[in-house]
Every structure is written in C-alpha cells, then in structure tokens.
Write a protein that binds this ligand. Sequence first.
Ligand code: 1GP
Length: 249
Amino acid sequence: LGKVETYIREKLEREKLHFVLLDPDDVSPEVAGELARMSEEIGVDAIMVGGSTGAEGEVLDGVVKGIKENSNLPVILFPGSHGGISKYADAIFFMSLLNSRNPFFITGAQALGAFQVKRYGIEPIPMAYLIVEPGETVGWVGDAKPLPRHKPKIAAAYALAGQYLGMRLVYLEAGSGAPQPVPPEMIALVKRVIEVPLIVGGGIRTEEQARAAVKAGADIIVTGTAIEKAGSIEKAREKLIELNRGIKG
Ligand code: 1GP
C-alpha cells in the first residue's frame, strides 16, 4: 500500500476519520489554504479536492497548491473525470462509479487518466463509488441510476461487488448538498457485508448527522458544503469543530 493509504489504515485502527472536501469551483486557493490550515488544527484527517464541474486545470492546481502551502494534511483528489488530476496532489481516489449507466464513468475516464497518474507519481487508491438517491449534481452528471434510499440491500450488493473487484474503499454518496444524508439503515447493512473501510458523504451538516453515520458504521465521513458555505471563516471553524466532535466523539 502507498503512503496515504497506509496513513488512512493506521489511523482507522484507532479512530473514525473526517475528510474535508473542497471544490475548486467554489473556493479560491487562499480560502482553501485557510480552511485546510484550520482543518488540520482542529483534527481533520485529510483534504479531498474535486467536483463535478469546473474542478480542472489551473483552477484545480491553484487550490491544491494553496492547501499544500498551508497544511501538512494529505491531499487526495476526488475527480469527476480524467480532468480532475493535479500533479501537486498526494493521492487520488481512483474511483469507478459502479452504478452509472455510462461506461465512461465506470472505466472510460479511468483509462484516459491512468497514464497521467503514473507520470506524476500520484498514489492511486482504488475505490467503489456508489451514488444514493437523490445524488444531486454528481448523480446527474455521472449518469447514475441512484440507489433507492429504502433499498439498503441493493447498495450492499454493489458495495460487495466493488470489494470483490479489488477496490479497497467503498464510498456511499448522497450527493453534495443533498437534503438528507445516506440513511443509517443503508450504512449499517453495507458495513455488515463488506470488510474494506466505508466512506459516507453528502448532506452531512450537523454533529448529530455525523454521529448517526458513524454509529451506523461509517469509517470515514466527508463534509464539504457545510464548511464551504458556512458564511465566514469563523463560522467555518465552528462548523468544523462541531462536525469533528460528532465524528471523533
Ligand atoms: C460530496 O460527499 C461529498 O461528494 C460531500 O457532500 O458537500 O453535502 O458535504 P456535502
């Protein structure tokens, strides 16, 4: 295993993890740097960078650099396609949107990006990416057939298939800004079925929601909108502290 994945595995033996997602389309390099610095101070475990629209090229590079200059947290790319690669990042979730209807999001973008990941020496971390209703922007862009919220067994079947295909992480995604996070019942069944770490994100805005997801079995919680849209740096700090408390207990 690579450096970032080893770091994740070792930390998971002791605690649940909190990853903060920054979308280069929503934050400037300066704000990203400030949020990353605060995140590290508060006890967040990694910064994810990505988005479905506009998170590419110079805009992406600038945000990754802004984060690297202001914190020592690992920066993990969370790409919407092969456009979401930056040579300044430490690792990349090499993810397949298993419940997409479009092969581009299952293997196509991955093939188009593979040589770039190799050339830049970015650590790839294979991940099964599953979109749960409502799916928001990523569900629409990724041409997903969103997993029904009241059918945890379908989610569990996809998650186990991901593990059997060799993916070392499973991500249950309700979509950024989702009105409700992934239901705890779904998290619980998926967790019972798989052995690889489970990431949960989308619509987690409060300490209670974060705690409920962890209690149901999530190993890693991703928060984005609640922090990016807090309104001010001071409010973002309070939100980070609140969410981190829900995750770390
Ligand atoms: C989106 O799961 C992440 O990919 C985070 O979602 O922005 O709703 O926190 P939020």
